[in-house]
Design a protein around this ligand. Structure first.
Ligand code: SAM
Length: 224
């Protein structure tokens, strides 16, 4: 991240602290880097003004176009499960507001973030620029096909649910790489960690969750 220095002493700081202690640490998130980054990143700046009072609520919040920014706990759990190292190349599928992409950048990743709705991507570009976060490369396209221009990736995080792991994403994951994504029905999924080791794919379930649909060639059809 460049251009550091979020506003100090702003009225959101206490809400951010409470979110970290009650919703994250209090529910078992232990990675101090993830906790520190979420304590620093002004989530309210990623949320449309009309919904901003819900910025630190324990829930997903609408961001327009029928999409949401994920619940803080889910963001933390997914980020922790990535087991990220600084310098990792990370594909973030479903840019949405740009919050997750900013968080990954704050944690030292080289971030490629792909979103199918051009207006959301453009808004995320503007938000990141306004915060001086210059690292993430934002792309508009079908993330169920990955992002060939940035591949291969050490880590892939998918913030929308699919019926199965897209083959293109597996193909773009490095050996010993790791992916976190919700898999299951349209209405309910299981958050799964997918690891590639010795040419094998190992899936480990983490928790039940409910995400918006991943809509694309290797996910749900656009008329679903
Ligand atoms: N990570 C986001 C954030 O920090 O605000 C929230 C992601 S939101 C839960 C899921 C996003 O995935 C939506 O913005 C949706 O438009 C996007 N999406 C759905 N299908 C997609 C696809 N095939 N490729 C890229 N983005 C997709």
């Amino acid at each position: 991240m460049t251009g550091a220095g979020f506003p100090k002493g702003d009225s959101w700081r206490q809400a951010r602290r409470d979110m970290v202690s009650d919703q994250l640490r209090g529910r078992g998130i232990g990675d101090r880097h993830v906790l520190g980054a979420m304590a620093a990143l002004p989530r309210e700046r990623f949320i449309p003004p009309a919904m901003r009072n819900l910025a630190y609520a324990d829930r997903a919040v609408p961001i327009g176009h029928g999409q949401t920014i994920s619940q803080p706990y889910i963001v933390a759990r997914m980020t922790e499960a990535l087991n990220l190292q600084p310098g990792h190349r990370v594909l973030d599928v479903g840019t949405g507001s740009g919050y997750q992409a900013a968080l990954l950048a704050l944690l030292g990743a080289r971030v490629f973030s792909i979103e199918r709705i051009a207006e959301l991507s453009a808004s995320a570009v503007a938000t990141l620029a306004s915060l001086g976060i210059q690292g993430p490369e934002l792309v508009v396209g079908d993330g169920s096909l990955g992002c060939p221009s940035g591949a291969p990736f050490d880590r892939i995080l998918v913030a929308a649910g699919a019926p199965r792991v897209p083959v293109s994403l597996l193909d773009q994951l490095k050996e010993n790489g790791q992916m976190v994504m919700p898999i299951g029905r349209a209405s309910l999924q299981i958050l799964v960690v997918v690891r590639r080791c010795d040419g094998q794919t190992v899936e480990t379930p983490i928790l039940p969750c409910r995400f918006v649909q991943l809509i694309g060639a290797e996910a749900w059809g656009s008329r679903c």
